[in-house]
Design a binder for this molecule. Structure first.
Ligand SMILES: [Ca+2]
Ligand SMILES: [Ca+2]
Length: 630
């Protein structure tokens, strides 16, 4: 299933690594001033539920006629991608799991009915702005006005760019109060299987109304699906902290910066990683001691945040706040670690299932240095360009101690867009000096065929491709780098790249697909699965006969001088190809001598654009890119 990413046109500076992350926009209404807890009145009313958590109304979609579908452009009853009551997860979605998506599917898996909207079913031109409304008034007149209330339900989804909300009314549907849900979830994230939601709707003042209405609302366009079951209205707890999201980063001053899942032995000065959490007070009581905590039992790590940045020690119902844990997680003991970050109200939390986020699989002490957690969550296909352009995707990475780098590794997904045949791929590393980026290491390139991918991936979702440094082991000194992976963007059969967990904004990016070298940021910044590695395995990628290839001037105007080092006397074939693979220049050197060789290529007849010079000797190919610009 093709997923085209929208890309921002914002230029990234080298300093984006330390840019402040925009705080999550959380959408819970905060008009708590209109609310007063009527605990005393509730206790004295024998006709209503008295305990927190008691159910006042519930519905499991077992009688579909109780629910009415309505609305949406491109929508009518009976069309694709509408709300309906089903009992079996759609086959068309289930088969997507073969691509690594592994959808949550257990909602209603025992055969009972549930509400479902299948945005994917309507395809890339479908649009949903669709409601699913309970047809009867819900009578909460016996519940004392002011009672804290939740709207709870189970749901399954894979979040892309849609919005979900539950909406309630106290006047039979004349006016609605909107409660967005799952707004904090990162793109390309699956829900639990199922996942239980508890939405504090106290501010809607449902208690005391005999004409309460409830509806579900989905706005999307080719955005996977949403399933809902066992919706109910319950009495709210006094104490319930809810973790919305957490991020990990190496900048202790801001608790942001790049996150790393693989920290190699070379990085002895690695500063460790701190955490920022965004949490919601989902209970009715104002909390005076709300914090978040981080722990990793394997590393004896325990750290506590300060009070919330905005609300401090007056964290009231509906408040969302940011909690910074500034004590770094860092250990010198090699191993794999899982850090858990949790809300902590300072009093007993009535519902602990929504308290935590986790950072699983942090590997300390290997050869690889990487941003991704190794779990492919999505694939990146084409992006806006005219086609047939070399593009690069990259991670920003800080090197803290000199690292001997032998290769760049990239995870190659097994699933490919229809018609994929071959892309020429290679990687490079660029160093930032505070002003400009300079290439300091390049790998050999290979023609990656569909057969290569199928063979190497086998029955797995993909495999790690190792591209060895052109010049053997390269020392990278402490600085900011970007680790780049290049492939052809030809819009129809492009190699897909793999992405893992959501990552802080601006720390993964790419070059625009027009050869201009302009950086672009992903609107969905999941970590691209590209790593530096100390490994240098040699083998098929290695070209020991030709190294130190350079092209100058670059960009070239009328001539491109190609210089390279030859290990022994050899025959050499030189060719230049354009981005479409068309050969525009060839040259043969017979018994060229060992040492530095230089060839001048006339570029006067070449159009502006990106070209690859290919040097083949003793059966190995080395490639360098250059630009013609007149
Ligand atoms: Ca049901
Ligand atoms: Ca909780």
């Amino acid at each position: 299933m093709k997923r085209v990413y929208l890309l921002t046109s914002v230029l990234l500076s080298g300093l984006t690594l330390n840019a402040q992350k925009v705080e999550n926009i959380v959408s819970v209404p905060q008009s708590r001033n209109t609310f007063s807890v009527a605990q005393t009145a509730k206790q004295n009313n024998s006709n209503v539920a008295k305990a927190q958590g008691d159910v006042l109304w519930q519905n499991g979609f077992e009688t579909p006629s109780e629910w009415l579908y309505s609305g949406g452009p491109n929508q009518s009853a009976g069309s694709l991608g509408q709300w309906s009551v089903i009992s079996t997860f759609p086959t068309s979605l289930a088969t997507q799991s073969a691509n690594g998506y592994n959808f949550p599917t257990s909602l209603g898996s025992t055969g009972n009915k549930y509400a479902f909207i299948n945005s994917d079913e309507a395809g890339g031109t479908g649009v949903q702005d669709a409601y699913f409304q309970f047809q009867n008034n819900i009578d909460l007149s016996a519940t004392p006005s002011g009672t804290g209330l939740y709207l709870e339900f189970d749901n399954i989804y894979r979040h892309f760019q849609e919005t979900f909300s539950v909406e309630v009314s106290i006047d039979g549907g004349a006016n609605w109060i909107i409660f967005p849900v799952n707004a904090e979830v990162a793109v390309n994230t699956n829900s639990g299987n199922p996942e239980h939601e508890i939405v504090n709707v106290t501010t809607a003042n449902l208690a005391g109304s005999a004409t309460v209405s409830v509806r579900l609302h989905y706005v999307g366009a080719w955005d996977w699906f949403w399933g809902v079951d066992d919706i109910k209205i319950t009495e709210a707890w006094a104490n319930d902290g809810l973790m919305l999201s957490s991020t990990m980063g190496t900048d202790a001053a801001t608790t942001q910066g790049a996150d790393y899942y693989l920290i190699p032995t070379s990085q002895v000065s690695f500063p460790g990683q701190v955490f920022r959490s965004v949490a919601l007070n989902n209970g009715t009581a104002t909390q005076a001691n709300a914090r978040t905590k981080a722990s990793c039992s394997a590393a004896s790590y325990n750290a506590t945040s300060g009070a919330g940045i905005v609300h401090g020690n007056a964290f009231a119902m509906g408040d969302v706040d940011t909690f910074d844990i500034t004590t770094p997680f860092n250990t010198t003991t090699a191993g794999t670690y899982n850090v858990i970050v949790s809300t902590d109200l300072g009093v007993t939390d009535s519902h602990t299932a929504n308290d935590t986020t986790s950072f699983r699989g942090i590997v300390i002490g290997g050869n690889d240095y990487g941003r991704d957690n190794g779990v492919m969550t999505s694939t990146l296909t084409t992006f806006s360009g005219t086609g047939n352009e070399i593009v690069a995707w990259y991670n920003y990475m800080n090197i803290f101690d000199t690292m001997m780098v032998g290769s760049v590794k990239t995870f190659i997904p097994k699933s490919q867009s229809t018609g994929y045949t071959t892309d020429f791929v290679h990687a490079s590393v660029e160093r930032y000096d505070g002003t400009t980026w300079t290439e300091v290491m390049a790998t050999v390139g290979i023609d990656l065929t569909a057969a290569d991918i199928a063979t190497n991936a086998g029955s797995a979702k993909g495999y790690w491709l190792t591209l060895n440094s052109e010049t053997g082991i390269t020392a990278l000194d402490p600085a900011l780098y970007r680790v780049m992976f290049y492939r052809l963007d030809n819009t129809t059969n492009t190699l897909r790249l793999a992405m893992a967990q959501a990552s802080p904004d601006g720390t993964v990016a790419g070059l625009k697909a027009d050869g201009s070298g302009t950086s672009i940021g992903l609107s969905s910044p999941n970590a691209i699965m590209i790593r530096l590695s100390a490994d240098y395995t040699g083998g098929l990628n290695e070209n020991t006969f030709v190294n130190n290839v350079s092209v100058y001037p670059n960009p070239a105007v009328t001539v491109a001088n190609v210089s390279f080092n030859l290990k022994n006397t050899a025959n050499v074939e030189i060719s230049v190809t354009d981005v479409a693979g068309k050969v525009v220049y060839t040259n043969s050197l017979t018994n060229a001598s060992a040492g530095t060789q230089k060839v001048a290529i006339n570029t006067e007849s070449l159009n502006n654009g990106i070209y690859m010079v290919n040097i083949i000797s003793n059966g190995s190919k080395t490639t360098e890119k250059f630009v013609v610009k007149k």
